[in-house]
Design a binder for this molecule. Structure first.
Ligand SMILES: [Fe+2]
Length: 275
C-alpha cells in the first residue's frame, strides 16, 4: 500500500490495494484509519462487481440504502447505479454542495463512489473539509453555530431534486433537526454539519438571517484552501466521511456518458445520533 497526500490533512490517495478480494485485517485497518484521518480516500485502479463493492462496504459498517426508493436502479437496492443514461438514477449536470442524507435521522456515515464511465469534460467531484472549516471559523461565526441546531430537508425550498419525491416518500422522509456542529464518533474532532442543499433553517432565525448565515458558512467552507477537486479516472473508488466532508459535482455535457456505482455504510446504531 502506498499513500500520497492530495490535500493537506484532507484527501489521501491509496495505491496498491485491490478491493475485489478480501483484504487482510492489517491492510483493512490501515485503509480505514487513513480514510478516517484524511476524510476523503481515493483508491484508484479498481475492477469491482456489485458483490465485491458490497463486501467492502459491509466491512466498514451496516450497509446504506437510499431512503428514496425510486433511486434503487441497480440490480440490488444497496448498490445504486447513477448515470445520465435512461435506465439508471439520473445524474445530470451540476449538483450543489451537500452532505449525503443529512435530511434523515441517521445519516449515512461513509459514501463509496466507484467511477466506471467518465465524461471527457467536467463532472469533477469537489470536497470541502468541514472539520477544517469548524477549526478556522472566525469568532463571530463560531459564536453563532456553537450549540445551534438546523433543520435539514430533502426538499429545501428552491432546491429541486433530480428525481422528485413521491407522496409516499414525502411522508416517510420528514424534515429533521441535527446539531449544526457535530463531533466525530471515533476521533472526537468537531466539524460543521453543513449541507447547503438541505438546510432549511438555522435555529430560530428569521428566514433572511438564516439564509445569510448559511451563505457565510458556505463561503468559509468552500474557500479554495479547504476544497479538494477530484478529476475522475475510470476505476477510481472514492470514499468520504459525511460527518466531516461536504461535496458537489461540477457540470458536464449531457451528451457525454457518466456512470458511477454508489454504496455506503452507516455508523453502528449506538453511535449514530448524535455524532
Ligand atoms: Fe452526494
Amino acid at each position: 500500500m502506498q499513500t500520497s497526500i492530495l490535500a493537506e490533512d484532507f484527501a489521501v490517495k491509496i495505491d496498491g490495494v485491490d478491493l475485489s478480494g478480501l483484504l487482510d485485517d492489517a491492510t483493512f485497518d490501515a485503509l480505514r484509519g487513513l480514510w478516517m484521518q484524511y476524510k476523503v480516500a481515493v483508491i484508484p485502479g479498481q475492477t469491482l462487481d456489485d458483490d465485491a463493492l458490497l463486501a467492502f462496504a459491509g466491512r466498514l459498517g451496516p450497509i446504506f440504502t437510499h431512503v428514496q426508493s425510486t433511486l434503487h436502479t441497480g440490480e440490488r437496492k444497496d448498490v445504486m447505479y447513477m448515470s445520465n443514461r435512461q435506465q439508471e438514477a439520473l445524474v445530470q449536470g451540476e449538483l450543489g454542495w451537500h452532505t449525503d442524507q443529512s435530511y434523515t435521522a441517521k445519516p449515512v456515515f461513509g459514501t463509496i463512489l466507484y467511477g466506471i464511465e467518465i465524461p471527457a469534460d467536467g463532472g469533477e467531484t469537489c470536497f470541502a473539509d468541514l472539520s477544517a472549516t469548524y477549526d478556522t471559523l472566525p469568532d463571530g461565526l463560531r459564536d453563532r453555530v456553537e450549540g445551534e441546531t438546523a433543520v435539514y430537508s430533502a426538499e429545501r425550498p428552491g432546491h429541486k431534486r433530480r428525481v422528485a419525491l413521491t407522496e409516499e416518500e414525502r411522508k416517510r422522509i420528514p424534515d429533521v433537526v441535527h446539531p449544526l456542529v457535530r463531533t466525530h464518533p471515533y476521533l472526537g474532532r468537531k466539524a460543521l454539519y453543513l449541507s447547503p442543499m438541505h438546510i432549511k433553517a438555522i435555529g430560530a432565525l428569521p428566514l433572511a438571517e438564516s439564509e445569510a448565515l448559511l451563505a457565510d458558512l458556505t463561503a468559509h467552507a468552500t474557500a479554495p484552501e479547504r476544497v479538494y477537486v477530484h478529476r475522475w479516472t475510470p476505476g477510481d473508488v472514492i470514499m468520504w466521511d459525511n460527518t466531516s466532508v461536504m461535496h458537489r459535482r461540477n457540470h458536464f455535457p449531457p451528451e457525454q456518458r457518466r456512470f458511477h456505482k454508489r454504496t455506503g455504510f452507516y455508523l453502528p446504531d449506538e453511535l449514530a445520533t448524535p455524532f
